[in-house]
Design a protein around this ligand. Structure first.
Ligand code: GAR
Length: 203
């Protein structure tokens, strides 16, 4: 059984997609949010999943917050930490502690559009294709080794909301699939290389 926690900061639709996928041999031990107002917390409670808040505003600095977050996560003795719309930059210490067992989803075709406002920036750049990436988290913000991507077309007349909605549909497909690969023992980070079924994954 793979033990996980899912970290969120907001509405938590990716978290919901992972919960609803009912991936065999995956136990979601808690949903953790840095924001007490995160909408996703309510869903977690309704599902009978422990919902925990580690409010970043209660800590003097990033390092103190990350230390508390790490302690919170580690009490659940997890094999995998899933960032699902968790909007905090993590310290190198935190990231190293979970190396190879820390996943993130980012709403762009990385390495394009790291950071925030990805859909607006994709429209401004005039790209014809946009999408989502799931990657292992390293010290390099939004720059960790990519595991999987899904692409969507940018259509005539798209605004950021329309494009975000099209990407989100793909996010909800791709993230549970990656978690399932990890649970099946098919997915590994070896040095800085992603291996799926022992084969190098390259983007
Ligand atoms: C998702 O689009 C996710 O890819 C993005 O935040 C949204 C969270 O939505 N994550 C990032 O931008 C991380 N840098 P959700 O709370 O409904 O899952």
């Amino acid at each position: 059984m793979l033990s996980t926690v899912i970290l969120i900061s907001g509405r938590g639709t990716n978290m919901k997609a992972i919960v609803e996928a009912q991936i065999p041999n995956v136990q979601i031990k808690a949903i953790i949010s840095n924001d007490p107002e995160a909408k996703g917390l309510e869903y977690a409670k309704q599902q009978g999943i422990e919902a925990v808040v580690v409010n970043h505003k209660e800590f003097a600095n990033r390092s103190a917050f990350d230390t508390a977050l790490k302690a919170c996560i580690d009490q659940f003795e997890v094999d995998l930490v899933i960032l699902a719309g968790f909007m905090r930059i993590l310290t190198p210490d935190f990231v190293q502690h979970y190396r190879g067992r820390l996943l993130n989803i980012h709403p762009s075709l990385l390495p394009l559009f790291k950071g925030l406002h990805t859909h607006e920036r994709a429209l401004e750049a005039g790209v014809k294709e946009h999408g989502v990436s799931v990657h292992f988290v390293t010290e390099d913000l939004d720059g960790g080794p990519i595991i999987a991507q899904a692409r969507v077309p940018v259509l005539e007349g798209d605004d950021a909301d329309a494009l975000a909605g099209r990407v989100l549909v793909q996010e909800h497909q791709i993230y549970p699939k990656v978690v399932q690969w990890f649970a099946e023992g098919r997915l590994k980070l070896q040095d800085s290389q992603v291996l799926l079924d022992g084969e190098a994954v390259t983007f």
